[in-house]
Design a protein around this ligand. Structure first.
Ligand code: CA
Length: 389
């Protein structure tokens, strides 16, 4: 079988309400799907991380740079393809957009390989350790409103996410260290004493401010403190990790085994959050997972994007071995964005309905059953939302 065509589909729609995190507000939802076609009629789907105009630039990398490198290759040779593309791109970007672009292509090759073998992705990468995943719901995004309005809304939203059945919740911060502590206190009040909550800073602090906020999170018994400092600040990560009781997590902005090596060897993280749609795809994710587990660092995948990204992560989380193992190991959770996302809820011919599954099962989502990713996007839906460029 030979690869005949690689196509990017960048989908966008205007959100009814802006969503904000510590770096910016965004008014449009974007998804970047990659479709790999073959001479035998089979098609694989993948997804690239990267919003807005980044997705448009990544589309050019997928179609104009990577496509010519892999036309005519056997899609099953995914590791050979990965290394060939990486070697050709190495001098032009070992992190960032070239890796995001390669990720979407690699995921599509794994989907194709699963379809060729008649096996779901979780079986291809080693088999299922579990059939369903506990799901945590993140929400509590920033808006252009005052601190008091944030405090009141975060308390309500946290309680609503708990009541929707999720096993834990995650909030944004970014209003300044002292205000952010008020937000975290509101979330603790909203969910009650026993429900786990996490705090995502999207690297908005210097280490000293992060330590100040982190000490308050210790008091509030937060589960993890995500991306407290800039991804380049490994010393800051190490310092926070040694001084805080709260778990320090991060890694969504890190790429490939070579980038992750420094985070892990540096003992920077209590919890690793690799993003499969950015760090290099499934092929590279498996290497990063092994590296994390070799350092006895638990992994909770970063998940963002469409139903393709969610399905990919459900398979990878199902196939993740427990570390260090035992009768009652700590289970990985699926990250789930509770804000408006048609690309996750309406993209598929048969939607996964994660929210419905969570509500019904008390917090769990099951792994798609079919070969490859086990999901099929609706072409009419793609056409409706595709940004013509
Ligand atoms: Ca995050």
């Amino acid at each position: 079988m030979k690869i005949t065509r690689v196509t990017s589909h960048v989908l966008q729609y205007d959100l009814e309400r802006e969503l904000g995190y510590s770096q910016q507000y965004y008014a449009r939802r974007t998804a970047h799907l990659v479709e790999v076609q073959t001479d035998e009629g089979l098609t694989g789907w993948g997804e690239c991380f990267g919003p807005g105009n980044v997705a448009l630039a990544n589309k050019a990398i997928v179609e104009k740079v990577i496509q010519p490198m892999i036309i005519g290759c056997d899609p099953v040779d995914r590791d050979a393809i990965w290394h060939n593309v990486y070697n050709l791109l190495r001098d032009h970007g070992q992190k960032g957009m070239p890796m995001q672009a390669l990720s979407g292509v690699d995921i599509a090759l794994w989907d194709l390989t699963g379809k060729i073998a008649g096996l779901p992705l979780c079986k291809l990468v080693g088999g299922r350790h579990r059939d369903r995943l506990p799901v945590y719901g993140y929400g509590m995004m920033l808006r252009r409103e005052g601190v008091d309005a944030h405090v009141a809304r975060f308390r309500e939203e946290a309680a609503a996410i708990r009541d929707a059945g999720f096993v834990a919740t995650k909030m944004k911060v970014g209003l300044g260290a002292a205000n952010d502590i008020r937000l975290a206190e509101a979330v603790r009040l909203g969910v009650g004493d026993d429900f786990p909550f996490m705090v995502d800073a999207n690297h908005c602090y210097m280490a000293s401010d992060a330590l100040y906020v982190g000490r308050a999170l210790d008091e509030l018994n937060a589960y993890w403190f995500e991306e407290p400092v800039a991804p380049e600040d490994l010393d800051g990560y190490r310092e926070l990790r040694s001084k805080l009781k709260t778990n320090v997590s991060g890694g969504e902005a890190e790429f490939t085994r070579w980038g992750w090596r420094h985070l892990l060897e540096g003992r920077c993280l209590d919890i690793a959050q690799p993003e499969v749609c950015a760090l290099g795809g499934v092929s590279e994710y498996l290497k990063v997972l092994s590296l994390a587990h070799a350092h006895f660092v638990p992994v909770v995948n970063h998940v963002w994007g469409s139903a393709i990204a969610v399905a990919t992560n459900l398979h990878l989380l199902a196939a993740m071995p427990p570390v260090p193992g035992g009768l009652n190991p700590r289970e990985p959770m699926l990250e789930f964005d509770t804000t408006d996302n048609r690309f996750r809820d309406e993209l598929l011919v048969e939607p996964m309905n994660i929210q419905g599954q969570v509500q019904k099962s008390g917090g769990y989502a099951s792994v798609p059953e079919g070969p490859g990713l086990g999901v099929e996007p609706d072409r009419d839906f793609i056409e409706r939302y595709e940004t013509v460029q």
